[in-house]
Design a protein. Sequence first.
Length: 202
Amino acid sequence: MPVGEHVFREVHLPGHDEINVVLLEALGRGYATPLSPRGYVGIGPLVTIVGDCAAEGRFHRDVLGMEPTLELSLKGPEIERTVGLPGGAGLDLKVYGDPTEPLGRLEIIEYQQVQGADLYPHATPPATGILHVNYRVPDLAPIRTRLGKAGVPCSDHGLVSAMYGSGPVISFRSPAGLRIEVQACVMPPASIFTPKPEITDA
């Protein structure tokens, strides 16, 4: 499937919580992303389906401080066949993130002529779905300030220790309802990297 100046092959796999897992192969040059020894690379981007692409994009740009890296409108038989859209339908696509880092970006898609269901509540606590994203930052103050200016409600979860680090966590929602967690996290928990003493017989 051609997307802008790139051509991709895609395989779509159904995951839990109605998540669609996509394996993507970039063909040709111009998409130089370092691969693992087995030929894989990390998540990039996380794709979210929304009802208002423009509003969601403004939120990611103005509140989260992400830069737009790609904007496309896709129509035609190839995108209809790949995504499963009815004839004549299409989609608007915006990608936000770090222009120098292809991984960890967020892709926003608004379908045209298609009515969808809101699945974002599947990740509302106490639900444990994965329809959410987590960012780590050195300081929560800047994002708290931008959330306040935008009038976005924010929940404070206090200190949280996870396998990737320990620090205070806040959560909030994008205009479409995507749950976003941000953690001030500098150092990972020592227990992960500190070897436990061996137990020997006395």
